[in-house]
Design a protein around this ligand. Sequence first.
Ligand code: ZN
Length: 264
Amino acid sequence: MQNFNIGIYSHNAEIPEGFDIYFNYLKEVTGEINDPVENSHNIISCFADNETANQNPGLVSFSGKNRALRTEDNTLYCDWICRSHTAYRTKLFDLIEKTDKYNIAGFHLDSISMPGVDYCVCNQCIAKMKKSGLNFNKFRTNETTNIVKQISEITRKQLSLTLYPDPFYQERYGIDIDTLSQFVDFFLIPLYDISYQSLYWIDILAHAFEKRLKKAFYIMLYAQDVDLENLKKASRLISKYTNKIIISYDNTKAYEIYKMLKKY
Ligand SMILES: [Zn+2]
């Protein structure tokens, strides 16, 4: 596959030479907000926000059994805020509006959907769902679409969104890919592993996403502490399905992948 487009995904504001596209955190899952990174796609952890969850436990999403806190749901990597809280949503929109004035490449929306398949059934969500007359999944996908649509009206810069690595049942997390495709420029799909020793599942998922998506997409691979040869094998494998690849959290390894795929 020709014309590779290779990028990095990073917590740091640095933009090293030599990549095609850059993603850097503007708002972290910790809740911390960094300065805007010029020429980069600024990542916003939308509803994963440990600090807000800690300070305002009443805003946390609820599954019916537990709250969306790492201490109560061990499948979570961070704590999640319920999307029905208008003041929190407004703060996100304000952050985007303020950052939009900078010379940035775009916004990347992370954790915009649901923390899991059972969320959220807090009192506010149940009341909103009843009022809407929609069923659980339809209500949740509509909420995601409305939020992304509103953001697309705040900024004219490029807009992208993380998909769960599930090509078949995105609605389980409150995502309607086809409708969202109207409002975003591309998707990012993390196929993360901590070793990439076994690759058959990457092959299956990358192939399925290529068949499923009509919109542009990047596949992301996780590089921190991963053996470089394994990462190269994984990159070669997904390059059968996409020429757009992001290497996360290790810029040195990312550059090795860049050189390999671009044949420098
Ligand atoms: Zn809720």
